[in-house]
Design a binder for this molecule. Structure first.
Ligand code: ARG
Length: 463
């Protein structure tokens, strides 16, 4: 008997180069635990359909668990030991035959590799989502703690990378918390949508046995069986959504990485990179380089690549299963591995950040960051904003020419610009007043940030 799963109608052996080139086992070996769980679920369903006795089911479950154990113990080495295995499905069947003999050959009754790979990949992605969510919670927590410890420390905010208005450092950090919360909700949402079981879909038209599909679905913790066999065997939306959600997350992480890379330069000097997470130069003895944030910025490109590969792969495929889909596995694995790697270092790196709050505050104080607050002062006196804007612009011009900030101009000078300026102008444009005039939901006024922080903390324990 041939070791192939499909050799009956063939007379010629495969070209050896083609044979080894088309194998997916060198990368899909990592699906063994999911393949085993899905096989146990299927075995239960065919037992209920009368294909296996309860005694045979027990034997089969035991044999399948032994295959999983071998994978757990030997890891990737199973690939080298089994050059004849075409893919993960073939491998499990071959190993099961070694364990329980010809009984193993009954396992494939009423199923197809097309539904198996669709199921294995869903199980893989579901777990990857759960791991990513756990990592995201850890990162979110470290950002919230950092925001808390920043207290009322201030920094400039930027638009066009030009100093704009002062903000609380906590407000800046909470911006990333908002992004993470959206990322987490995208992943949670995708998980809900994908949590349906393809088993019982057969090769394309549905199982050829009247299987109770809810048995396998329940065994694998899916909410229900998928509703259409053609869709279920060729759908990879779950992988697409996962990689797209991860790519968006990667974009956020990359922006954070870029900001820290920038802020750690001598030109900004907002933070001293933690030595534990930095590297030196083999050439320039003085260097401390931000490799961690640079690598993260770079790896986010791979995440986008995975999403693009999948979208491109799927868009031209006629229904239902096509072998092209095998190419969709590696980008999913790479995206999962890449985000796991990033989230294994990011929370600890974030927690170890030490800001130079004095430098940040000086930057927040210089460069007319209180000009908007100053204009608001005039509008409070009843001057239309457009006019107020013009007056403060003139005051800034005077400051630039004489190298002074707005608060260093004299009242007399200010009154030549606009007679509405009075003594109460100066308390209205202090750093604190400039912060606190943004007293709206989502603004950087100190009490608003305090409650935003408390709310972010509360949401952290919610799920
Ligand atoms: N290794 C294949 C894949 O990943 C499994 C499904 C094979 N199905 C088939 N009809 N050749 O897509």
């Amino acid at each position: 008997q041939s070791t192939k799963m499909w050799s009956g109608r063939f007379r010629e052996p495969l070209d050896p180069t083609f044979e080894s080139w088309q194998r997916s086992f060198p990368f899909d070996w990592r699906l063994v635990p999911y393949e085993v769980e899905a096989s146990i679920a299927h075995a239960r369903a065919i037992e209920a359909a009368g294909i296996l006795t309860s005694e045979e089911l027990l034997q089969m479950e035991e044999g399948l668990r032994a295959v999983a154990k071998q994978h757990a113990e030997q890891g990737e080495a199973i690939v080298t030991f089994n050059p004849q295995a075409e893919d993960v499905h073939h491998y499990v069947e071959l190993e099961l035959t070694k364990q329980i003999g010809d009984l193993a050959l009954k396992l494939h009754t009423g199923r197809s590799r097309n539904e198996q790979i669709a199921t294995d990949m869903r199980l893989f992605v579901r777990e990857a989502i759960d791991n990513t969510l756990a990592g995201l919670t850890a990162w979110r927590k470290s950002l919230i703690e950092l925001a808390e410890s920043a207290g009322e420390a201030t920094m400039p905010s930027y638009t066009h990378l030009q100093r704009a208005e002062p903000v609380l450092v906590a407000h800046w950090l909470l911006a990333y918390v908002s992004m993470i919360e959206r990322d987490a909700s995208r992943l949670t949402d995708a998980r809900k949508r994908m949590n349906l079981c393809p088993l019982g879909s057969g090769a394309v038209a549905g199982a050829t046995l009247s299987l109770d599909r809810t048995i396998a679905a329940r065994a694998l913790n899916f909410d229900a069986p998928t509703p259409n066999s053609m869709d279920a065997t060729s759908d990879r939306d779950f992988a697409l959504e996962f990689t797209q959600a991860i790519a968006t997350l990667g974009i956020h992480i990359s922006r954070f990485a870029e900001e820290l890379t920038l802020y750690s330069t001598a030109e900004f000097g907002f933070l001293d990179l933690p030595e534990r997470f930095s590297t030196g130069s083999s050439a320039m003895p003085q260097k401390k380089n931000p490799d961690l944030t640079e690598l993260i910025r770079g790896k986010s490109g791979r995440l986008l690549g995975a999403a693009t590969t999948l979208a491109t792969l799927i868009k031209g495929l006629p229904l239902a299963y096509n072998k092209d889909l095998q190419e969709g596995q590696e980008p999913v694995f790479d995206a999962a591995d890449t985000i796991t790697g990033i989230l294994s270092v990011l929370p600890a790196f974030t927690a170890s950040l030490k800001f130079r709050f004095d430098t940040m505050k000086t930057a927040a104080h210089n460069g007319y960051l209180n000009a908007m607050a100053a204009a608001t002062y005039l509008t409070d006196k009843g001057i239309p904003f457009r006019k107020a804007h013009e007056h403060i612009g003139n005051a800034v011009r005077l400051g630039l020419e004489t190298q002074r900030e707005l608060q260093q101009l004299t009242l007399e000078e200010l009154r030549t610009i606009c007679p509405e300026f009075a003594e109460d102008f100066f308390p209205a444009i202090t750093l604190e007043a400039t912060l606190d005039c943004h007293d709206v939901i989502g603004g950087t006024a100190r009490p608003r940030v305090k409650s935003a922080l408390a709310e972010a903390k509360a949401r952290l324990t919610e799920h």
